[in-house]
Design a protein around this ligand. Structure first.
Ligand code: UDP
Length: 473
């Protein structure tokens, strides 16, 4: 299939590197596979932070997509002073309508379609205003999450009281029910503005012309079928859902002398657990200390990407090396040779690709999950925020590539030795359950590759989408 007269897709990224990266990866895929011209409108936080601008420039240098920065409007009078980050971003994106419209109208080459993420659904009417052919939503997470998002407006009308008080799991048509331990962070307090914004997004998604979702047929066949086949989920969604995943960053050349790889090269095959709980510092000081003991007790080899603990006031965010002081006394000496602590931004994809990595202790952000699954690395799930508790259940109970910690979303405490035994389970050779998980992880890796090979499910799905919006023959 070839596309005539190179079409032009406009992708809108909400503020924050965590939102730009998935949009950027999608843009790279659209331009490399479909030969589409891609413009990314990167909405910045508005505070003209040099790191934000730097990160966008660095991203622009490595992509075929054209990236334009669009400073966001001031929304102080639209949100409560203590509004959550998610609320601020959704409200900000909604308030950007006229700026985005002006930006599109000033483009010499007009886009054909617009793609927004969940934070940008309030901007979809701009596509109609400026006469684009279609507007799509990109869900960088998985299909079960998408189902819960579009079903949330229904739950909102039928469920009384707080979701955290539910006795029975919430039934989601065509999907696994959502129990107390899977509630998304936005569902924990229904009086919070971020919950109301979330319901609104759930109502807006079906007003698009379709949704691209970062999963694949063989990973979530049942949920994807529920979107397609006649039934409640299909009736609510109304528009087609295109599974086009896994879309993840591919490994790049990293400095050969990087000490992490020098160390990994010396370790045995699949003997090391990689520990990284997201891009920001999300563990408390107490959790950081516990985790250190856990890793030491596990006796397993490790690479730990240590971020500044959220509640540790003794260290300023610019002083990365100082986070070492948050570790228990003598930890580095006792684990010398067994583990490596990294305080800088780690080359995660490249680390997960290394033959000595045998497991990933992860907070289960969906990008991290996909980066692990595409390398066949089993996961110890330690969900911390957003929809990560759902992700942990999906990985453990449906896909079978992970073990998880036992805490509930609102508690986030974890007992000593718990992580240690989970880590041993997935990395240690002799454990039977661990062996089963490792085998499954390898099967998922193969299926992820197949989905994106020519004629594979995601490859076909992307062409089906292109055919619909660009009339490719
Ligand atoms: N990441 C990285 N190095 C680090 C920490 C994170 O490369 O030291 C990357 C990781 O590979 C992933 C992203 O940051 O692509 C984190 O995204 P995810 O959705 O997993 O979690 P978030 O941090 O957004 O909650």
């Amino acid at each position: 299939n070839k596309i005539m007269d190179q079409p032009h897709a406009l992708l809108v990224a909400s503020p924050g590197l965590g939102h730009l990266i998935p949009i950027l990866e999608l843009g790279n895929r659209l331009s490399s596979v479909l030969n589409i011209h891609v413009t990314i409108l990167a909405v910045t936080s508005g505070s003209s932070s040099p790191t934000e601008t730097e990160a966008i420039r660095a991203a622009a240098a490595r992509t075929a997509c054209e990236i334009r920065e669009l400073p966001s409007v001031d929304i102080d009078n639209l949100v409560e002073p203590d509004a959550t980050v998610a609320t601020k971003i959704v409200v900000k994106m909604r308030a950007m309508k006229s700026r985005v419209r002006d930006a599109v109208e000033s483009m010499k080459r007009k886009p054909t379609v617009m793609i927004v993420d969940f934070f940008g659904t309030g901007l979809m009417s701009v596509a109609d205003d400026v006469g684009l052919t279609a507007k799509y939503v990109y869900d960088p997470s998985h299909a079960w999450f998408l189902a819960v998002m579009v079903y949330l407006p229904v739950l909102d009308t039928v469920v009384e009281g707080e979701y955290v008080d539910i006795k029975e799991p919430l039934k989601i048509p065509g999907c696994k029910p959502v129990g107390r331990k899977e509630l998304m962070e936005t569902m924990l307090d229904r009086s919070d503005q971020q919950y109301k914004e979330c319901v609104r997004v759930g109502l807006e998604v079906p007003m698009s012309d379709g949704v691209l979702v970062n999963t694949w047929e063989e990973l979530q066949g049942n949920t994807l079928a529920a979107f397609r086949e006649d039934g409640e989920l299909n009736r609510i969604m109304k528009v087609p859902v295109y599974p086009i995943g896994p879309i993840v960053r591919t490994s790049e050349h990293v400095e050969k002398l990087n000490s992490i790889f020098e160390w990994l090269d010396k370790q045995g095959e699949r003997s090391v657990v990689y520990v990284c709980l997201g891009s920001g510092g999300t563990l408390t000081f107490e959790q950081t200390v516990e985790l250190a003991w856990d890793l030491e007790l596990s006796g397993q080899r490790f690479v730990w990407v240590l971020r500044r603990p959220a509640s540790y006031l003794g260290v300023s965010s610019s002083d990365d090396d100082q986070v070492i002081t948050s570790l228990p006394e003598g930890f580095l000496d006792r684990t010398c040779g067994v583990g490596l602590v990294v305080t800088q931004w780690a080359p995660q994809v490249e680390i997960l690709s290394h033959r000595s990595i045998g497991g990933f202790l992860s907070h289960c952000g969906w990008s991290s999950v996909l980066e692990s699954l595409t390398k066949g690395v089993p996961i110890v799930a330690w969900p911390l925020y957003a929809e990560q508790w759902m992700n942990a259940t999906l990985l453990t109970e449906e896909i079978g590539v992970a073990v998880r910690t036992s805490e509930l979303p609102s508690e986030k405490v974890i007992g000593r030795e718990e992580v240690a035994s989970l880590v041993r389970k997935i990395v240690a050779e002799e454990d039977e359950e661990g062996q089963k998980i490792r085998t499954k992880a390898e099967e998922v890796r193969v299926s992820s590759e197949r989905a994106w090979s020519q004629g594979g499910s995601s490859y076909n799905s992307l062409f089906e989408w292109a055919k619909r919006c660009y009339l490719v023959s």
